[in-house]
Write a protein that binds this ligand. Structure first.
Ligand code: ASN
Length: 330
């Protein structure tokens, strides 16, 4: 009778994917099945929580938008401000799952558990991973131990911090990893156990508030390679971006021709963040020229997460010094 009240918000993805046969694990339609179908596949989840589902959208997460993020953050905040709601589970495609998780990590104003899960095999496949991932996500969201840890990502019996986790493999069910800092916990035979804690600010300690926003600042990621040039930076300036994340080589290194163009952008008030295309490691101060050009170090966030933090930072300030501090805090 005293089960926690957990809301399940569905957004689509492979966890809601339907393929032509039970052996097909690619070439299916993501987001084809509704939230009721997903919940009906795991009647056991009701043993852990009183559940009710809501369909936020039905998309392949490659098509995720800032608009859906804002809708999702506002919905989470409305639900979590209700005393009767104990936690939220979000079902999501895996392609941009880490981005939605980090966006919510910085914009949800509650320490109640918010757990995001997905699947690598469509719901119609043999050994589909979705049902167990959803069951575990409900178990985690219903568990008081999960509170106050920021938004959690839970797949394949693993629990990771939204800030640190990234998708590392195109097809494996073991795709979500936190390469630099490791996972926060595991689900042992159905029981969530935590071994780590994230130290970076999130949720109730975050200064970002999207409750009055209906749009986010335009920020693009540019990928550095050998033989790079100014083409994409010039195009981004022309398109009116407010910020650029450069996914540099190595320790956020920027090709000299791209650097010249980025320095021009920076001088014109566009905020430039140096990240890295590498899977692991922090971008730390390197060349004096980067400092002189007011480029910001992306710390240990990957480029796609640097984009999110820069978008939110730009809702508050355009001062590179203040934004640099944020990159060391979140
Ligand atoms: N495994 C998945 O969920 C991939 C799918 N393309 C999605 O992100 O929606």
């Amino acid at each position: 009778a005293d089960k926690p009240d957990v809301k399940v918000l569905a957004t689509g993805g492979t966890i809601a994917g339907s393929a032509a046969s039970d052996t097909k694990t690619t070439g299916y339609k993501a987001g084809a099945l509704g939230i009721d179908t997903l919940l009906n596949a795991v009647p056991e989840a009701k043993n852990y929580a009183d559940l009710s589902g809501e369909q936020i959208c039905s998309i392949d997460s490659k098509d995720m938008t800032d608009d859906i993020w804002l809708k999702l953050a506002k919905r989470c905040n409305a639900l979590l401000s209700d005393k009767k709601v104990d936690g939220i589970v979000i079902t999501h495609g895996t392609d941009t799952l880490e981005e939605t998780a980090y966006f919510l990590n910085l914009t949800v104003k509650s320490s109640k558990p918010v757990v995001i899960t997905g699947a690598m095999r469509p719901a119609t496949a043999i050994s589909a991973d979705g049902p167990m991932n959803l069951l575990n996500a409900v178990r985690i969201a219903a568990d008081k131990k999960s509170a106050g840890r920021g938004v959690l990502v839970a797949l394949n019996d693993q629990i990771d911090a939204a800030r640190n986790v990234t998708k590392t493999n195109t097809t494996s069910v073991n795709t979500f990893q936190s390469p630099l800092f490791g996972s926060l916990g595991v689900v042992n035979d159905g029981v969530p156990e935590f071994y780590g804690q994230t130290t970076r600010l999130n949720t109730v300690k975050s200064e970002f508030d999207v409750s009055k926003l209906d749009k986010l600042p335009y920020v693009k990621v540019i990928y550095g390679t050998a033989n790079d040039d100014a083409l994409f930076v010039d195009a981004a300036i022309k398109a009116g971006v407010k910020g650029i994340v450069y996914a540099g080589t190595g320790n956020g290194s920027v090709h000299k021709d791209a650097e010249k163009a980025l320095a021009k952008a920076s001088a014109a008030g566009i905020v430039v963040v140096r990240s890295t295309r590498l899977v692991s490691g922090s971008v730390i101060p390197a060349e004096q020229s980067y400092i002189d050009e007011h480029f910001i170090d992306g710390d240990s966030l990957n480029p796609q997460k640097c984009r999110i933090l820069l978008q939110l930072a730009l809702t508050k300030t355009h001062d590179p010094k203040a934004i640099q501090e944020m990159f060391h805090k979140y």
